[in-house]
Each structure stands twice: as C-alpha cells, then as structure tokens.
Ligand binder design. Structure first.
Ligand SMILES: [Zn+2]
Length: 64
C-alpha cells in the first residue's frame, strides 16, 4: 500500500473524537499519524494501520 508523508487517510474506525481522517507525519515500519479532529498523534505499526485504511488522499485526490 502506497502511503506517503502528507497524505490524508480516511480510516474505517473513527477516533473517539469522531474524526476518521488522519494526516501522515511519518512512514516506515511504523506510521506516525495525527488526528485531524483533535490533533492527537499516534504511532502505529504499518500492518495494523493499513488494515484500518479506507481511503488515501493526496493533494485532495483519492489514490486508492
Ligand atoms: Zn481525534
């Protein structure tokens, strides 16, 4: 799955704050993601994050 820094991810499961969109701050073995609703930052193993991704957006356009 092609995820790059700066991408906007729409997840299947919403964050407790209600937002489903996360900004990608770092990729690699782990993703660092920032919730666009409350600004919360998390580190997630790549495999776990990828399972939860519904849409990847880059520059406002969906890439998958
Ligand atoms: Zn949140």
């Amino acid at each position: 799955m092609d995820v790059q820094v700066g991408d906007l991810l729409t997840m299947k499961k919403p964050h407790p704050c209600g937002s489903k969109q996360w900004k990608v701050l770092r990729t690699g073995m782990d993703f660092k993601l920032k919730c666009t609703g409350c600004g919360h930052e998390v580190m997630l193993p790549r495999v776990k994050a990828e399972k939860n991704i519904r849409v990847i957006e880059r520059e406002g356009k969906p890439v998958c």
